[in-house]
Design a protein around this ligand. Structure first.
Ligand code: NDP
Length: 432
């Protein structure tokens, strides 16, 4: 906080982790100090021309947080709110998320305050080309790996990859574009599917099942849509989706036909209000969030700090019993406190939304063996991966005195386990 007093999100993310590390801090305090400083930050100008010929300038970021465990891997976010604090918090969380997995991956994140919304394909293309024109100087095959995040979908990934290939003459990269179709489609789905698998394992330990449970979901992007798909698949009753301005409630629950309609509305970049033209019993709420709707489970899948103090109180009053974090750091500090005190079970994002990371391993396996993995095999491996993550959080929590079934056990387990692995690597490497 002394060094970066204006980086609110980064400071918040660090506080949330550090307060859970007390059981191990005595031995590793000096390592923590190093870990909290990113290894390298790149900030660059991204000029681009709109369709009318006017020049705009955005800012690009890449924060390479820690390479102790492997190549810098992490998604790019294009959203007007993007700033250094947000990218640093995401890169810090990504470092720990990768450390929690059995994979050898470092942590990074990047992005820009560019807003792809309302831009033509050509404008997005020119922006992505300009963004890569600077970034490519700083990245190397086998050292940097990029995926999508908010505002970065297959279109943006394709444009970025195309420009990288053109500038370097290499087809090696770093971006998931070249992965085979089956891997690419599940990579997009894996975060949302993984969230629901995580919920399933957690509920099984509480002697519960997803079937019939009422779920409040926020967001209507990649993570939310795939979480919804899997929830429907398991017989749960997802009743809301949202976007940055509004939310939609369907008390009967969404099914696959309704989900297809929501995807079509989003694809056409229309308002969620459109849904009520087909389903008149559904309710659309402008300038509102879904957290006050009656529910058993909540799946925040939009952005950081999307649940504030009053949202958390609403969630408690709505009967929520489990919070499964799809977005990284979905709760403000005050909201997290309310949720903790209410005894709501928390599935922390570091573990619950790490499904996409599993795909990195599958991709490498498929490339080296030249065998096309079937969708069923990939899905089975994803489930195994999520189960391993869940059991690891539980095991480490238990080891440090947080009992199975305590609402916050998984948070402690995820933070301690992930910190210990990366801290040990840093120690062995001379704390560099
Ligand atoms: P998308 O861009 O596909 O979707 C984001 C959704 O969140 C949209 O519905 C968007 O609304 C909404 N949203 C964005 N900003 C805000 C805001 N400030 N307030 C309210 N709603 C907002 O992103 P993803 O689905 O990829 O990512 C969602 C979350 O999951 C992010 O927090 C991301 O970091 C996290 N995550 C994503 C992973 C991935 O692989 N994609 C992996 C791990 C975590 P609108 O349509 O109006 O823009």
């Amino acid at each position: 906080a002394r060094r970066d007093p204006n980086e609110a999100e980064f400071i918040q993310a660090v506080h949330e982790v550090v307060h859970t590390l007390e059981p191990v801090l005595t031995k590793y305090a000096h390592v923590l100090e190093r870990l909290l400083e990113p290894e390298c930050i790149i900030i660059f100008r991204v000029p681009w021309m709109d369709d009318k010929g006017e020049i705009h300038v955005n800012r690009g970021f890449r924060v390479n947080f820690c390479q102790a465990l492997g190549p810098y891997k992490g998604g790019l976010r294009f959203h007007p709110s993007v700033n250094l604090s947000i990218i640093k918090f995401l890169a810090f969380d990504q470092t720990l998320k990768h450390s929690l997995t059995p994979l050898n991956l470092g942590g990074a994140r990047g992005g820009s305050d560019f807003d792809p919304k309302g831009k033509s394909d050509n404008e997005v293309l020119r922006f992505c080309q300009s963004f890569m024109e600077e970034l490519y100087r700083h990245i190397k095959a086998h050292q940097d790996v990029f995926t999508g995040d908010i505002g970065v979908n297959s279109r943006e990934v394709g444009y970025l990859f195309g420009q990288y290939r053109r500038l370097t003459g290499h087809f090696d990269v770093c971006l998931l574009w070249w992965a085979s179709r089956n891997i690419r489609s599940i990579a997009t789905a894996a975060t949302g599917y993984g969230l629901v698998y995580f919920a399933k394992f957690l509920l099984a330990d509480l002697n519960k099942d997803l079937r019939g449970l009422r779920c409040v979901v926020s967001g209507s992007g990649k993570v939310a849509m795939h979480a919804l798909e899997k929830l429907i698949n398991f017989g749960a009753v997802p009743v809301t989706v949202s976007d940055s301005k509004s939310y939609l409630l369907d008390d009967d629950g969404f099914d696959n036909i309704k989900l297809a309609l929501i995807k079509e509305i989003k694809f056409q970049r229309k308002s969620l209000r459109e849904y009520t033209k087909r389903y008149s019993k559904a309710r659309f709420y402008e300038d509102a969030k879904p957290w006050g709707e009656k529910c058993d489970l909540a799946f925040p899948c939009a952005t950081q700090n999307e649940i504030n103090h009053s949202d958390a109180l609403a969630l408690v009053n709505a009967g929520c019993q489990v919070l499964i974090e799809g977005s990284d750091m979905p709760c403000t500090t005050e909201a997290a406190e309310v949720i903790r005190k209410a005894g709501i079970f928390i599935a922390p994002s570091k573990a619950a939304n790490a499904g996409g990371v599993a795909i990195t391993d599958l991709e490498a396996m498929q490339n080296s063996s030249c065998i096309q993995l079937s969708a069923e095999t990939i899905d089975a491996q994803l489930q195994d991966f999520v189960r391993t993550m869940y059991l690891k959080c539980l095991g480490v929590a238990n080891e440090y005195g947080f009992p199975r079934g305590a609402p916050e056990s998984l948070v402690y387990g995820a933070n301690i386990a992930s910190f210990l692995r990366v801290a040990q690597a840093l120690l062995e490497q001379g704390c560099v």
